[in-house]
Write a protein that binds this ligand. Structure first.
Ligand code: S3P
Length: 442
């Protein structure tokens, strides 16, 4: 095991401007959709993390040309289902649930067998949530171990359209089916619980026939196969999931101020801002812009050490799913008892994050009550850790590593946090930015 990150000191007050790495959801979607377009597409500020590089590697193995330049990435698509590969190809989604699930949607017309594998963490995650609907299109799947990778897919010559009810609030499931619909001769109908809508916004921008009717709880989506997808350029904005760690860091550090430039603030992702603000955090949005259907803005955060507990409304869960861990940390330092319910999905991530979140708070001396789908957190605004805390064996979950780092920098104690490299999954610049913030004021 490589050396742990050691943190023995809280961060000092700061006043800085930062930029976080590109949005992971948009980066992976751009790679996959550019692979289905006709001609050369370019992306600027593409997230160069392991998940996105795995997506690039995957489409390369499927016969798509990719060039990486200093400032941009170029993908030469061959049109819808224009993949070209040999029989029994092996694709590796590594740590990425998004890649593993979305790529299967694009493969429902594959005429040759393809095996999909992943790393130890991804091999523990459920794939039936996408293979059940994709099977309805006509694609065939086989597993060695029930519903777990590795799996084999063999597509159908004539995929049909399907009716699909997505009831978990999973954008991965919804998007996998939407990508599959690009290959189906008939219309696909989806009733989906609310979740991030980047795929819908990209489809609309690309003029893929799409109709959406929204109700309070569900989106009713109709997708038809387009004649073609034109090549498209994209400037990837910063990732709000990466920004969230710095929102909490700044909120919990006295006399501090941080401006995060150019972040995607798509309303289906901004639960973290809404929740932290309800708790009393000082967060404001500056310089708002629209970009190809997405919303982008700078985020200003000022410290706010008097946080209040929250009874988190379940409707916000899907818009904060990747940020909940660091929100738990804010709740640990808030006055009162916080409650988060209907969050069993959090245990379906790169590691069982609900259990891990609770465990880390307990190690810090914070009392929690954990059930299969909820957590109660007994906040301690004056928490001051004086002991040694070792964080390891967390399936290299990048967000466990980053949450622990923020806990160490804001709560004190002597921390040894293993698996530094896990940040390369989603946010390679994380520790560099921590260093930048921790350096002397400008
Ligand atoms: C993602 C969807 C979410 C999220 C993941 C990225 C996406 O997963 O947790 O990090 O890009 O579609 P689920 O669809 O499983 O909720």
């Amino acid at each position: 095991m490589t050396k742990p990150l050691i943190i023995n000191k809280k961060i000092k007050f700061f006043n800085k401007i930062i930029k976080v790495d590109g949005d992971k959801s948009l980066s992976i979607r751009w790679v996959l959709l550019a692979s289905q377009a006709n001609g050369k597409s370019k992306a600027f500020n593409l997230l160069m993390s392991e998940d996105v590089l795995a997506a690039i590697e995957t489409i390369k193995k499927l016969g798509i040309k990719v060039k990486i330049f200093k400032n941009y990435c170029e993908i030469g698509g061959n049109g819808i289902n224009g993949f070209n590969y040999k029989n029994n190809l092996i694709l590796n989604a590594k740590n990425s649930g998004t890649l593993g699930r979305l790529i299967l949607g694009l493969l429902i017309r594959s005429s040759k067998k393809i095996k999909l594998v992943g790393d130890r963490s991804l091999s523990k995650r459920d794939f039936s949530r996408v293979t059940i609907p994709l099977n309805k299109f006509g694609a065939k799947f086989s597993y060695k171990l029930k519903n777990r990778l590795p799996l084999t897919i063999l597509g159908s010559k004539f995929p049909k359209g399907i009716n699909y009810f997505e009831n978990k609030g999973s954008a991965q499931c919804k998007s996998s089916v939407m990508l599959a619909a690009l290959n189906a001769s008939e219309t696909t109908f989806i009733k989906a619980k609310k979740s991030r809508n980047h795929t819908e916004l990209l489809f609309r921008y690309l003029k893929i026939p799409l109709k959406i009717k929204k109700t309070k709880k569900y989106d009713f989506i109709k997708v038809k196969q387009p004649k073609e997808i034109r090549a498209f350029n994209y400037q990837i904005p910063g990732d709000i999931s990466s920004s969230a760690f710095f929102m909490v860091l700044t909120t919990l550090t006295k006399d501090s101020k941080l401006l995060i430039k150019n972040v995607n603030i798509n309303p289906s992702r901004t639960g973290v801002i809404k929740i932290l603000k309800k708790m009393g955090a000082k967060i404001s949005l500056k310089n708002k812009k629209n970009y190809k259907g997405e919303k982008i803005s700078d985020i200003m955060i000022k410290s706010s050490v008097n946080l209040k507990a929250i009874n988190c409304p379940s409707e916000l869960n899907s818009s904060v799913i990747d940020e909940l861990l660091v929100v738990f940390l804010a709740a640990a330092k808030a006055k009162g008892v916080s409650y988060f319910k209907n969050i069993s999905e959090l245990n379906q991530k790169e590691s069982p994050r609900l259990n891990w979140g609770s465990k880390i708070l307990n190690m810090m001396g914070i009392k929690t009550k954990l059930t299969k789908n909820s957590i109660t957190i007994y906040g301690q605004p004056n928490l001051q850790i004086n002991k040694k805390i070792i964080i390891k064996n967390f399936l290299k979950d990048h967000r466990i590593f980053m949450m622990s780092t923020i806990a160490a920098l804001t709560c004190g104690g002597q921390w040894n946090i293993y698996n530094k490299d896990s940040i390369n999954t989603s946010f390679p610049s994380f520790l560099k930015i921590i260093k930048q913030i921790n350096s002397k004021p400008l």
